[in-house]
Design a protein around this ligand. Structure first.
Ligand code: PHE
Length: 339
């Protein structure tokens, strides 16, 4: 073999061993097979040899060209594969990594308290009826025996709306609506939002939830109310809880009452939750005023009834020793998760 061919072959093999990237292989391709490369330089040699030698030299040149082409293609394939493998390795996802946990929501404590209360009254034979949040002065006040300039209207700071409308200040607005539409016996509980134009503090909010309840029939007495309410409180808290019924004033009941339970935390001994009184106020109540019955077309000579209203948040605050009503509306997951 001619030394020129030997030389090219040797130097190509040496350079090929050192290439590490596709770019370098391409560089090698241009250097060896390009128009200015050593292979092209062999052409004059072909002309200079004898006609007998020429075919042999031609074959040798072609063989080398083929060899170089093949080697370059192999290197290219090898490097392409290596690059692809590297890329896959870098892009690999670790599917064994644990996912980010999502916390499940739960029933809002006000809702679950409401449900507990309603369940007890439903079991006692009461049905649930809802009333409107936006109502007239008539249903919120007048029909309930609040005469137009009665000072008791100031007991509940009212949000007045346009026209003769207002945001109900208590769920008592359902009393007359239900009594007008039904004849006794009537046993109804009515939960809902109520609104008062008050400063928001730890103990009072402008929006809060009440549950109203009332029972109208022949011969309903004060003793019926006490036994019904005692039974309810015994189921809600625990049997043997002590109750106290104090006289109070609401224009739509006579007599009017306030209901207290013995403190759930100190059992009457006195603690900071009951303000050292041993008692916790839980509801306003009373025997439905004859005027209210008359206003709704029910004859107070034949029928009588009792009614009560209580705050849902207040009940839960008392039960769990929660110091601030605003916690129920802040939507702080750390608070809500505890229920
Ligand atoms: N509506 C009264 C209040 O919001 C509570 C109440 C209801 C009192 C029914 C007596 C009878 O304070």
């Amino acid at each position: 073999m001619r030394p020129e061919i030997e030389e090219i072959s040797a130097s190509f093999k040496k350079e090929l061993k050192e290439v590490k990237t596709l770019k370098e292989v391409e560089g090698l391709e241009v250097n060896y097979l390009g128009r200015k490369g050593p292979m092209q330089a062999l052409m004059p040699l072909l002309k200079s040899v004898s006609p007998e030698e020429r075919p042999l030299l031609g074959k040798a040149i072609n063989d080398l060209k083929e060899f170089i082409t093949l080697q370059l293609a192999e290197s290219k394939d090898r490097l392409l594969l290596a690059e692809e493998n590297n890329r896959l390795k870098e892009e690999r996802l670790d599917v064994t990594l644990p996912g980010r946990p999502r916390s499940l929501g739960n029933t809002h404590p006000l809702q679950s308290t409401l449900d507990r209360i309603l369940d007890i009254f439903i079991e006692m034979g009461f049905s649930v009826q809802l009333g409107p949040d936006i109502d007239t002065d008539y249903y919120n006040f007048e029909v309930l025996n609040f005469p137009p300039d009665h000072p008791a209207r100031d007991m509940q700071d009212t949000f007045y709306l346009e026209g003769n409308y207002l945001l109900r200040t208590h769920t008592s607005n359902v009393q007359a609506r239900v009594m007008e539409a039904n004849r006794p016996p009537i046993r109804v509980v009515s939960p809902g939002k109520t609104y008062r134009n008050e400063t928001i503090t730890a103990r009072s909010h402008v929006v809060f939830h009440q549950i109203e309840g009332f029972y109208v029939d022949k011969g309903v007495t004060y003793a019926d109310f006490v036994s019904t309410f005692d039974a309810f409180l015994g189921k809600l808290f625990h049997q043997g809880i002590k109750t106290r019924y104090r006289t109070s004033y609401f224009p739509f009941v006579e007599p009017g009452l306030e209901v207290d339970v013995s403190c759930l935390h100190c059992h009457g001994k006195g603690c900071n939750i009951c303000k050292y009184s041993g008692w916790l106020e839980i509801a306003g109540a009373g025997m439905i005023h004859p005027e209210v019955l008359k206003n709704t077309g029910i004859d107070p000579e034949i029928y009588s009834g009792f009614a009560w209203g209580m705050g849902v948040a207040r009940l839960l605050m008392i039960e769990r020793g929660i110091p601030d009503i605003r916690l129920f509306f802040d939507n702080d997951d750390r608070f809500l998760r505890q229920f």
